[in-house]
Design a binder for this molecule. Structure first.
Ligand SMILES: [Zn+2]
Ligand SMILES: [Zn+2]
Length: 329
């Protein structure tokens, strides 16, 4: 009998555990997807560490690429055999003030894939058809997976950063390696700030078209029009504020960050601003997945088997990955 294999987090700070069980049946607007690849995101580490709201036990993973194999009775505009992506935004209420004003990323009653509903560290996943995204051709399953969070939440962050030419990216992991390509394609000058001394990440950034790469302890070579912080390090916020021009934004792209140290008001003065980017809308997903093949964004991925999820998370935690890790069931 066919069964579902998953890597589950039983409780915070415990290693993921391989489980098997029956393949679930989709209900309502849900579909059953056979997972082909699932990206490993920093948010998965926050779920594993209990740093953000999640329900346990939970199967993490919200950069899912797979094929629909069964439809719930109310699933529309989707067919068995479709290749789809399942992102972080699993479902929204559709009725709260945020949903009704086009800001479903801020929904009061959302469901998040791989945090409050089971995600893609699995052979199969149930997802709401209304929140699945089409995957552009020209990407294989593993290459497409990081587009679904690193790519599209990174893209939302880039849009929030404004149209300035000189842009700094702090933390050069999965999201930055995608967004750097988009920003270069848009004609911007991209400055990559990595962990101090991380020559490998700096060379990787230069290879992707960044104008400059250095440690986050180094000053920016020119005043920046915007900065995006992808690393979960609060101490980068005052550093980035010092690097941006008057009237510029420092965008915090992650869902969790260590505390931000205090800093003099003078560093914020001059209409500089700090903002966070939360989640995504389906519109963000469609916009980014339309742009990605035009750039074209090329993702660098390291493939792990599903039962190597703990190793993949450790590699991410220790900064040993170039680009993104992807689990293949
Ligand atoms: Zn809502
Ligand atoms: Zn993510």
């Amino acid at each position: 009998m066919a069964c579902m294999t998953s890597m589950v987090i039983d409780a915070p700070s415990r290693p993921l555990r391989l489980t098997t069980g029956p393949i679930p049946e989709p209900t309502g607007t849900d579909v059953l997807i056979e997972v082909a690849a699932c990206g490993v995101c920093r948010t998965d580490l926050h779920v594993a560490d209990g740093e953000i709201a999640a329900r346990y036990p939970v199967v993490p993973g919200h950069e899912i690429v797979g094929r629909v194999i069964a439809l719930g009775p109310d699933a529309a505009d989707i067919a068995v055999g479709d290749r789809v992506g399942v992102p972080w935004l699993g479902r929204t209420c559709g009725t709260c003030p945020y949903c009704r004003s086009g800001r479903e990323n801020l929904c009061d009653h959302p469901t998040f894939t791989g945090a409050t509903r089971d995600g893609g560290y699995s052979s199969h996943v149930i997802a709401d058809a209304r929140f699945c995204l089409p995957i552009p051709e020209g990407y294989d399953d593993a290459e497409a997976a990081p587009l679904l969070c690193a790519g599209l939440i990174g893209y939302r962050s880039l849009v929030m950063a404004g149209d300035g030419k000189a842009i700094g990216l702090y933390g050069f992991g999965a999201a930055a390696h995608i967004i750097a390509q988009v920003a270069v394609w848009q004609g911007r000058s991209v400055y990559a700030f990595t962990r101090p001394g991380d020559r490998q990440a700096q060379n990787f950034a230069l290879k992707l078209g960044c104008r400059w790469a250095g440690g986050s302890d180094q000053p920016a070579p020119e005043p920046l029009d915007a900065a995006i912080i992808f690393a979960a390090v609060g101490a980068l916020v005052p550093l980035a504020l010092k690097a941006v021009k008057k009237g510029s934004r420092v965008v915090c792209a992650g869902i969790h960050m260590s505390d931000i140290p205090s800093f003099p008001y003078a560093d914020l003065w001059g209409e500089r601003s700090i903002l966070s980017v939360a989640n995504l809308t389906r519109e963000d997903g469609r916009a980014f997945l339309d742009i990605a093949p035009k750039v074209p964004v090329r993702t660098t991925v390291t493939r792990f088997k599903l039962d190597e999820a703990n190793e993949a998370l450790a590699a991410l935690r220790e900064g040993r990955l170039e680009g993104a890790a992807v689990l293949i069931p």
